[in-house]
Design a protein around this ligand. Sequence first.
Ligand code: KMH
Ligand code: ZN
Length: 312
Amino acid sequence: MGNETSPKAIITAAVTGAIHTPTMSPHLPITPRELIDDIMSVYEAGGAVAHLHVRDPETGQPKADQTMFREVATEVKRRCDIVICATTGGSLGDTVENRAKVVSSLKPELASLNAGSMNFALFHVVPKYAGQWKYDWEERYLSGTDDFIFPNTFYTIRKFTELMGQYGTKPEFEIYDVGMINNLAYLIDAGHIKTPVYLQFVLGILGGIPATVENLVFLVQTARQQIGEFQWSVCAAGRTQFAMTTHALLMGGHARVGLEDNLYLGKGVLAKTSGEQVAKLKHIAGELGVETATPAEARQILGLKGLDHVDY
Ligand code: KMH
Ligand code: ZN
């Protein structure tokens, strides 16, 4: 299903995101230096793509700061050829305009493009950390999501698509629920989105589709019926990360790990780096007889413009 043209699996790692907060793990990368080190751990473990958010280095709060995006991307490019997938999801509550800036600024090879609106909910984790918060923004940020819509309207998706088209940035469409496939199918039919598309199925976010094998099969089948040929990857929240990414590998998909999605390496064991999770998944892939892609092979599979054409 899907990915018939790709014999190798792309391992992506999302190194920090905008979901977890500093209280939850001392290993969550915050500063540009920590982000660079974490991306290098991903590269050294065999990851081909690093999905990048940045944070306020003082407080750890997610913040789409263009200087920090540039600092991290430039240093990573100096050290290795990993593909950088810049976030346009940004931080919860950020404006669409601010979220888009990284595309015109870095002109990255790949950027996330969220395929629909949803109540992106994190409030349910708050009780677990009661009385332990390191920073006062954390509890407020997470609690506020019980009344928060992550806005990605048809208009917004079209605008992001046009912007990425202008700079040759390939969209990685984030699909949090099955209706978002319908959104993309409509926009493809209407001529707004070019094919072949690259889909990232994001499972297990509260407000989105639960992380089950049945749902993963359902998502891939629905996309096949609605869209036809496409490349796809899977990431999953928390403890479902390795079960879902392993299933993706078995189904011929690509897979994403990283501390944005899950802070743990196994039950009760915090991952020290995103690279540790990449190494674990690469080992699983090896056991399953699935070869993993180098950054150069990932560029070929996804049809990326190459590092000579970015602006960092
Ligand atoms: N910022 C989160 C709401 C993305 O990177 O495009 C979702 C997110 C998606 O992290
Ligand atoms: Zn992200």
